[in-house]
Design a protein around this ligand. Structure first.
Ligand SMILES: [Zn+2]
Ligand SMILES: [Zn+2]
Length: 82
């Protein structure tokens, strides 16, 4: 029991860290400046960089476009193949 309590305390203190780096646009907070910089550079207020070649869909991650193409456009082919 004593061990569990101690673990719980450590867990709590580890999960309430100071996050001094705040994004002025969306108020997300980060522990490390490099995380905030990366967020601002690639996530926040950035035009989605990847476009679907089949429609107007855009996403900031290539994986999102891939899954969009698979779910949205590959079904037609899938139907044809069957
Ligand atoms: Zn932001
Ligand atoms: Zn599309």
């Amino acid at each position: 029991m004593r061990n569990v309590n101690r673990k719980c305390k450590d867990y709590q203190s580890a999960y309430s860290p100071l996050r001094p780096f705040r994004c002025a646009t969306c108020n997300r907070t980060y522990k490390r400046q490099q995380h905030l910089v990366r967020h601002m550079k690639y996530e926040c207020g950035v035009e989605p960089m990847f476009k679907c070649p089949h429609c107007d869909y855009r996403a900031s991650h290539n994986a999102s476009v891939k899954s969009h193409v698979l779910s949205r456009h590959m079904k037609i082919r899938h139907d044809l193949w069957n």
